[in-house]
Design a protein around this ligand. Sequence first.
Ligand SMILES: [Zn+2]
Length: 246
Amino acid sequence: MINVHGVGPTDRVLAPGEDRTWVSVAQFEQMLDLAVQREHVRITFDDGNASDLEIALPRLLERGLTAEFFVLAGLLGEPGRLDADGVRELAKAGMPIGSHGWAHRDWRRIDDVQAQEEFTEAHRVIGEIVGEPVTTVAIPFGSYDRRVLRRLRQTGVNRVLTSDGGTARTSAWLQPRNSLRHDMDAVWLTSVIDGRPAFQQRARSFAARAVKRLRGGPPMIRVNSAVPSPHETDSDHEGVSEKSAR
Ligand SMILES: [Zn+2]
């Protein structure tokens, strides 16, 4: 599961470190174009940024993709954020809407009054906007502990999304996500999406084979010694290249 925060330029003042999660339109489109060929990829958006509607929605629809949007009930209509109409527009376009809480607080550090806002009030507001109860929640900052999970169980939501990274089981109550970062590239993206060696490494492997053909000898370096391959199930270029290099 891929999680997006903000895309493209924004007129909102970003919180410290928030710029690290902000990606360019080109990076975003690169991710969508990879996702469109892979049915197992799920996409989510956190924080209810205006770019959800202005940049993301048209590009999702263009590619026939659906994504879930997790909005901040207490910040709707703030500069650079979605307002209630924007959330409604996303929902009308077939995008499921979930809660990211009220005011983007760290849920491990809230008191009972704030918890009331984050879970009860937020769900009421979002539920009224989209016309159905909130069933899914994305945790701000991916920050949770046992107490947070207990509170979430009491709200009765079906799914809780974290930012723990890794592969998610679609039926699980607690599901990890991989957040896009401003410095991500095709290698990172492909290895997250496919859970196996990425384009650039394959390209290097091709290049090494080409060099070998030209020189008529073995390549000077082993091309795939640094390739992490957690889920390698098929024999791909690296394997072939390494064998033929010996
Ligand atoms: Zn967030």
